[in-house]
Design a binder for this molecule. Structure first.
Ligand code: ZN
Length: 56
């Protein structure tokens, strides 16, 4: 299953494991947190919204 960043929709995410809980980090937007998107359609929507905001 492909993992997507919940903030920008990028697949350039890596799993980081601090002491007690797992979390994700996005190399594109700097997002860090436990939430990750596994739904490709949802990720497409997130990506569109992100690009809209950042290309304006
Ligand atoms: Zn991101």
């Amino acid at each position: 299953m492909v993992k997507h960043c919940p903030r920008c929709g990028s697949t350039n995410v890596e799993w980081v494991l601090p002491q007690t809980w797992s979390k994700w980090r996005c190399r594109d937007c700097g997002y860090e947190g436990a939430l990750i998107v596994e739904d490709g359609e949802m990720a497409e929507e997130i990506k569109k919204e992100w690009e809209k905001k950042h290309k304006a």
